[in-house]
Design a binder for this molecule. Sequence first.
Ligand SMILES: Cc1cc2nc3c(=O)[nH]c(=O)nc-3n(C[C@H](O)[C@H](O)[C@H](O)COP(=O)(O)OP(=O)(O)OC[C@H]3O[C@@H](n4cnc5c(N)ncnc54)[C@H](O)[C@@H]3O)c2cc1C
Length: 301
Amino acid sequence: MLHVDPTKKRPKVLIVGGGLGGLSLGMLLQQTDIPYENFERASEPKALGSAIALSAASGALFKQCNIYDEVVAIGKKTLALQAIANEQRRVDYRMDFSAQEVLGAIGHVIARPALHDLLFRQIPKDQIHMGKKVLSTDDQGDKGVTVTFGDGTSTSGDILIGADGAYSAVRQSLFKRLKAQNKLPVADDVPLPYSTVCLVGQTQPLNPAEYPHLLQDDCQFINTLEENKPWAWITLTTQQGTMCWSIIRFVEESKTSTDDKNNNPSVGQEWGPEAAEAMCNEVHLFPVMSDNESSPGLWEI
Ligand SMILES: Cc1cc2nc3c(=O)[nH]c(=O)nc-3n(C[C@H](O)[C@H](O)[C@H](O)COP(=O)(O)OP(=O)(O)OC[C@H]3O[C@@H](n4cnc5c(N)ncnc54)[C@H](O)[C@@H]3O)c2cc1C
């Protein structure tokens, strides 16, 4: 928890990005009376993504911000991860997460849209500005920082936080400035590398008569690791009766966003619908498993 000296002028914080990171910071600042504003490029919150597995350690954050009960209500507790690593669907290992007595909480899996919605509701409406895409930032030293938006407007503050994702405009602006001053570390002067491509999604609520494992109290968290194939996929049951999933393809050689921009504009810099559809076509017949308590192994569902 942040502690603020009430006798000192409070710096105004500008948070760029209304994702989980930017909203979580806003929620924390809300507890402290530090003035802040959040700027998000999307015109409205979009229910995107799969599920987030929050470790037990995150319980303290939600308790401090008085939303722990809601987190518990919208999440499914994660007691274990089951993993399989072969074509026979045998459980290779189980990872026990049920360390409540050590960490003071248990971990939860929450559908990303549900967690985003919860965090979004913690920020007063007049402190989050939608449709504000940051194009550039200008550091004026002791005078603070100014950010300029795509709609031609700008705003100023004392502290700028870039919570605008992997291809952060705030970071790019900062790096450009540091490079011009010969202060950019060599390790940072390279295009962003990646070695996996991940496709995520969530089903509609499913019929529990057809998929009874959805009724289990704890999250059915299954990680399938194929042997000698460049694929791994995870499925998770949610409190809302859906299944969240993510599929990872390991690319042969580490790539960068610049490679992809040159070869395929729909991948890398921004994930486009054509690339997502192509990957869906490759993976849509992959088997989805469920834990089978009556015999050692996993069932295909
Ligand atoms: C659509 C999406 C779905 C995801 N799904 C999952 C998932 O299911 N499971 C999982 O474990 N992880 C998922 N992730 C990754 C996970 O959300 C991230 O690890 C985590 O959310 C990082 O949070 P963040 O706030 O730092 O960045 P992000 O979640 O990427 O949020 C960045 C925010 O900044 C905004 N933004 C970007 N550029 C600008 C700009 N120039 N000006 C203003 N705003 C800007 C974006 O619109 C976005 O809302 C997902 C990420 C995204 C973007």
